[in-house]
Design a protein around this ligand. Sequence first.
Ligand code: HAM
Length: 430
Amino acid sequence: MVEKKKIQTPRGLKDVLPEEQKYWFHLENNFYAVAALAGFERIILPTFEATELFKRSVGEFTDIVSKEMYSFKDKSGNNLTLRPEGTAGIARAYIEHGMHTLPQPVKLCYFGPMFRYDRPQAGRYREFYQYGLEILGEDDPMVDAMLIQTVVRYYQKLGLGNFVVKINSLGSDRSKTKMIAALSRWLSAKKNELCADCKLRLRKNPLRVMDCKTAGCKSLLSHVGSILIDSLDEESKKRFTKVLECLDEMKVEYELDPTLVRGLDYYTHTLFEVVVRGSDLAICGGGRYDNLIKQLGGLHTPAIGLAGGVERTIEALKAQGVVIPEPVKAELFIVQLGDRAKAKATEVFEKLNAANFRVATALGRGNIQAQLREANKLNCLLVVIIGDQEVHDKNVIVRDMKDRSQETIIDRDVMRIVAKKLEEKGIRIS
Ligand code: HAM
């Protein structure tokens, strides 16, 4: 007999199993709650777009575009790419739907999968989820600070501690050009110390040398000193100072990081990342992209945004031992003891379920202890117990799983009484 080879998830991908769901709920629900309070509206964009969109926005010589894209031709020969990030699609959608005619700024939030052919390791996946916030049509430095404050609030709500916001500025377009020229001069003098990839980057896009992860280039770059920040023109410096003052007023803590440039070409002015102390992987990154929409054919539209990694945030919460509330999988559990009771239990189950109660049973089990153990595992709040005696007396027993008190009630009152008891526990069935 030919042994069949097991099929497994492709490298760098993963299943999110039921036991992990509480983290995902915790992140997604709190994300949308915090975003809605801050005035963001939800948007869902396609998971693949024209390859050209990412080349023209993220930049052809970035690692993301040059090495990490999942690109393919469809059956009509269109060049498409699984989105490696969300901002390019947001900018495309802003132009495509004429969002400049809406009251500005337009504030959008999203939560969804991204795809990068990265080297799989802890915190690096080939399919990963991001939560993202984007504010388009406003260039006030206060907006930069408010965006950072929103994500800090989100982390506090999640229960995450020990993180730091690292911040820098690339300045205006002119400043950035000057900065790239200064960096290029500095790097050219040390060309022989660069890795092969960086020699190419130096010719094509010198700023991207700053993203290099090889030990030799990293050590060289640690001596780059103030070249970057010295290239900021007066206007850009003033703007950056204003952002920092706003953060101070909001009591949002940050650390200046003059070497932070982030690996995407669309940034100008403010750049930031959130890092959990002791880790070198960012849980979140963002910045201004004032030229992107014009570059893609729209009107000049200043914008800023951020995206965080869901898996990395969950890993940080786990590492810090943050306790996530166990979701109640079912409010009620019906225990049945005996054949007549089983038929009655099915009837009560249908009745409660139709009235929107989350009800569980273990019809295959006979023993009361085994059934109560199941109810415990599901975090059920109340248990309805039906034995043959109760069927005969037209009663049921309602047991409170927390204080273990029990009450015998007339069976036709079951719905009213369990609804009342659940309401006392803060659960209203709609
Ligand atoms: P990014 O820094 O490339 O920025 O990604 C944002 C976050 O996504 C990272 O901080 C990290 O937490 C997570 N992430 C990135 N790659 C991976 C991976 N391979 N595995 C797991 N998590 C990953 C952007 O994507 C920009 N679009 C952010 C932005 C929005 N800028 C302005 N608006």
